[in-house]
Design a protein around this ligand. Structure first.
Ligand code: C5P
Length: 285
């Protein structure tokens, strides 16, 4: 490995709770959400190269429309650099899943580039770049268990969740985030989260208590777009999960299993039935 290279992991997130408080004049929605980092991750290799190009290699998601490419461009512009940057992203996190895969890659790119260039930006400045790029990137920079407000970028760390074993299942069809929010606007049903209840459940360390609080205001709308989401959720519960929920705007659904073996068993049986599915767990990076 050369000093101009760096390899970093980009972890996915799930939303344990998500309440949409209302639509803002800028078109975004005001949220309250409990976000959690999980072990499922992409791998991002960042290299400084001897030309002036930004190159982003990521299978079918290569090039300028990749958020990681945009992150590298913004990073470079801010320090008036024209040095070439190559990003090679090995994707495991499914896209259009509500797992912040693209945001995680962009956050890893900002963090990694700041390290490679000897920290030209402060933490606060990196956060500002993140917020110019998308709503979930600020969380991905920090990770762990966090309460988020605003459009998802105003963060408050919570007590870390206990280790929870998870099944993630992703229908073939993804969901466009903007479309899920539009469906929410049509339905207009909002269920506020209680900070107090979440704080208490997390401090208790009880997986049952945490599972009893799972809720997501975007679920009803995304289920209209893709009814399979509800069936997958019910299936996870029927298979003994403490609870199950769609993550973010979907279409991925997660279930909280009793053990690593329980999660693996369910993920395998879903895979045998042709679904994209993973056994994973919560982590604190
Ligand atoms: O910020 P990001 O690019 O991830 O958001 C994608 C789309 O999701 C936005 O264009 C917007 O339609 C919707 N969104 C929203 N309110 C949020 C986050 C996202 O309406 N808090």
């Amino acid at each position: 490995m050369k000093a101009d290279d760096l390899v970093t992991f980009a972890y996915a997130k799930i939303n344990l709770g998500l309440s949409v408080k209302g639509k803002r004049p800028d078109g975004y929605h005001e949220l309250q959400t409990v976000m959690q980092t999980i072990e499922l991750h992409d791998t991002v290799k960042i290299s400084r190269v001897g030309n002036d190009e930004i190159e982003c290699l990521c299978g079918g998601l290569s090039g300028p429309r990749n958020l990681a490419y945009q992150a590298a461009r913004l990073f470079r512009e801010g320090i008036n650099s024209h040095q070439g940057i190559r990003l090679e992203i090995e994707k495991k996190i499914p896209i259009q899943a509500g797992l912040a895969g693209g945001s995680a890659d962009a956050a890893a790119t900002l963090r990694g580039l700041n390290q490679l260039y000897n920290q030209p930006y402060s933490q606060e400045e990196i956060l500002q770049l993140a917020n110019q790029l998308g709503s979930d990137i600020a969380f991905c920079l920090n990770g762990g268990t966090q309460w988020a407000e605003g459009r998802g970028e105003k963060l408050l760390p919570l007590t870390d969740v206990p280790e929870m074993f998870l099944i993630i299942v992703k229908p073939q069809q993804g969901i466009n985030t903007g479309e899920s929010y539009r469906k929410f606007d049509q339905l207009g049903k909002s269920h506020p989260l209680s900070f107090h209840a979440w704080d208490e459940a997390l401090q208790s360390g009880s997986v049952e208590k945490i599972a009893s609080l799972l809720s997501n205001d975007l679920e009803a709308g995304s289920q209209i777009i893709l009814p399979l989401i509800e069936r997958l959720k019910e299936g996870l519960k029927e298979n003994g999960c403490y609870g199950a929920l769609m993550s973010g705007s979907g279409s991925a659904v997660f279930g909280i299993a009793h053990s690593a073996e329980h999660a693996q068993e369910i993920a395998h049986s879903l895979q045998k039935r042709g679904y994209l599915s993973w056994a994973t767990k919560t982590i604190t990076p």
